[in-house]
Design a protein around this ligand. Structure first.
Ligand SMILES: Nc1nc2c(ncn2[C@@H]2O[C@H](COP(=O)(O)OP(=O)(O)OP(=O)(O)O)[C@@H](O)[C@H]2O)c(=O)[nH]1
Length: 304
């Protein structure tokens, strides 16, 4: 009888649907009578996604950096902590959108945990629309997306609702040329989660070509609003932002709302959701070669 806890690694570029998949997977695990633990990290000092994980789920977080080479030691100690605290059956790791999955696999497959964890594989989500528009990405960002696909044990081609039906076979072919793993077409990262149980770790040869810290000039900027702002002024500010901002998320304190609104933005598409709890009004901005000083100055002007 194998008592090792299965570990799933969720990978995928910024905004591709990892957190959406995580939430679905947690629900599925609970329905199967299992308790999932979650390890997540965010490329910023504050965590937005962890607010989305129910409080009854064991959760460990790594902040301020990517779950990759720079914090591998921290990752190992978090894994150890989780094992000591126990009380879970499955572990789901959500990596930041800028992490190379292989770096994380290295920690999880560490001899330290060999008898406790059974690594099931990497599930990579790909934003179909973003793939279609991949020419707009920098070479490094595109290279990372390719690597995330190449090392996947399973690929979810997500957000298929955002591209024309006729384009799907083309995209599918392009992605299949990078991996022999199965590709599922999804919306809101919905699949039959039982297929995850049969995954095996493919394409893991330990070689990684992208060292993000050196290659991709990615900035993570965190702004904390000190006052409420006008929605219209924020919308105007949004329209002026460059395409080199890949992702934003946070809680925005608007004048006419009781609590800060949850804000999600990927590749030019903003979404706002009412929130029924008072969250710290932090906005995390992720992009390439961003002018932090100018961005913060403009955001502060919205508060006047
Ligand atoms: N239209 C559409 N939107 C989706 C789909 N799946 C997820 N989204 C939305 O896309 C946004 C980003 O999804 P997340 O699940 O947060 O993506 P992520 O990969 O965790 O993002 P990071 O944490 O920034 O790397 C959210 O607003 C989701 O609701 C989909 O299939 N179609």
């Amino acid at each position: 009888m194998n008592n090792k806890k299965p570990v799933y690694l969720l990978s995928g570029f910024l905004g591709s649907g990892k957190t959406t998949l995580l939430k679905n997977l947690i629900r599925f695990e609970k329905e199967q009578g299992r308790i999932p633990a979650v390890l997540m990290n965010e490329a910023g000092k504050v965590s937005i996604d962890s607010e989305e994980v129910d409080s009854d789920i064991p959760l460990a977080e790594l902040l301020d950096g990517c779950i990759c080479c720079t914090i591998q030691d921290k990752l190992e100690s978090k894994l150890q902590q989780l094992l000591i605290t126990g009380g879970f059956d499955t572990l789901i790791i959500e990596t930041t959108g800028v992490a190379h999955p292989v770096e994380v696999v290295d920690s999880v497959i560490s001899p330290l945990f060999a008898d406790q964890f059974s690594f099931k594989g990497i599930v990579t989500t790909v934003d179909a629309l973003q793939w279609e528009k991949r020419d707009e990405l920098s070479i490094q960002a595109l290279q990372l997306m390719r690597e995330q696909i190449k090392f996947a044990s399973m690929v979810l081609l997500n957000k298929t609702d955002l591209v024309a039906d006729g384009k799907i076979p083309v995209i599918l072919n392009e992605i299949q040329s990078l991996t022999s793993s199965k590709i599922y077409l999804t919306q809101q990262a919905k699949i039959n989660y039982k297929s995850l149980e049969d995954m095996s770790l493919k394409n893991y040869d330990g070689s990684s070509q992208v060292r993000l810290d050196q290659d991709l000039q990615l900035n993570v900027i965190v702004h904390t609003f000190s006052q409420k702002i006008e929605r219209s002024a924020f919308d105007t500010w949004l329209r002026e932002q460059p395409s080199s901002i890949y992702r934003m998320k946070g809680f925005i304190p608007f004048h006419d709302e009781k609590y800060p609104a949850l804000f999600q933005y990927s590749y030019g598409m903003p979404l706002f959701f009412e929130h029924d709890m008072k969250m710290t009004p932090n906005l995390v901005i992720i992009g390439e070669n961003l002018d932090e000083e100018q961005l913060k100055k403009n955001l502060m002007e919205l508060e006047k």
